[in-house]
Design a protein around this ligand. Structure first.
Ligand SMILES: C[S@@+](CC[C@H](N)C(=O)[O-])C[C@H]1O[C@@H](n2cnc3c(N)ncnc32)[C@H](O)[C@@H]1O
Length: 242
């Protein structure tokens, strides 16, 4: 049986049995603790795993999820926890309804790589609008070497499609027969999306390939195994709003 993606990745922390995303999740927990008395927005909360980290810890937490089923799922998870609102809204709708509202901490976790490329700059501007001056945002997404950045599909991971084809597929959310669209971002591509109103405080790669699966990932990334031996499958930025 094919191991799950999680089973093929490692945090490289301790004996490697912990969560492969530990570097990212630990940073979110640190920031939640730093802003305990303040506010946080989880943008594109999906099934609520980041929302759950903040719920009951930070005084005010808003989670946005435009997909009704995922929104309801997350709402159920945090139903009895005070200070949490889970809203069936995209950022643009929330900003229109709450024009002056800003947060100490904004999280955009694993959203960008599934979006049409022409949607990403506006979404990042929305993150900036929602973050107060001096506040922080954390943005996570896929990561690939510059030469291995590409557009592909979750269920056909060695496919390579043009940006145009990717965007057309990513826009048809009701007919994605090859799984989610996946944009494998290089670091340069991600940093190029950062609005001028932010400064980059930190860049980190995480979720490394376990050595026994390196050849498999090398095939997927179309590189030699040694080229990705020290490359994380994901990356995050911590941004400070000027
Ligand atoms: C892959 S899920 C990520 C879930 C979650 N953040 C996590 O890390 O587990 C991406 C989610 O972003 C949502 N999304 C896309 N554009 C959005 C926007 N402008 N505002 C809020 N959510 C958005 C999608 O509906 C989708 O559920």
């Amino acid at each position: 049986m094919m191991p799950t993606l999680s089973a093929m990745l490692t945090s490289r922390m301790g004996d490697g049995t912990g969560k492969h995303e530990a570097a990212y999740l630990n940073t979110i927990e640190l920031l939640i603790n730093a802003f305990r008395a303040g506010s946080m927005i989880d943008i594109g909360c999906g099934m609520g795993r980041i929302t759950q980290l903040g719920a009951g810890k930070i005084v005010e937490l808003v989670a946005l999820e435009p997909d009704a089923a995922r929104c309801n799922w997350t709402r159920e998870l945090v139903l009895d926890i005070p200070g949490v609102s889970v809203l069936e809204l995209a950022t643009s709708d929330f900003i229109a309804q709450n024009p002056d509202k800003t947060f100490d901490l904004s999280v955009l976790g694993m959203v960008l790589q599934h979006m049409p490329t022409n949607y990403c700059p506006g979404l990042m501007e929305d993150v900036a609008t929602l973050t107060r001056p001096g506040g922080l945002a954390i943005i996570s997404t896929t990561h690939a070497l510059e030469k291995a950045k590409c557009f592909t599909y979750q269920d056909v991971s060695d496919a390579r499609v043009s940006e145009e084809e990717f965007n057309a597929y990513a826009s048809k959310t009701d007919a994605q027969d090859k799984g989610l669209p996946v944009h494998r971002f290089s670091r340069t591509e991600l940093e190029a999306l950062v609005p001028d109103s932010f400064e980059i405080a930190q860049w980190t790669q995480y979720s490394y390939f376990r050595p026994e699966f390196l050849q498999r990932f090398a095939n997927v990334h179309q590189v030699e195994p040694e080229e990705i031996a020290n490359v994380g499958n994901s990356q995050f930025l911590v941004l400070r709003k000027k």
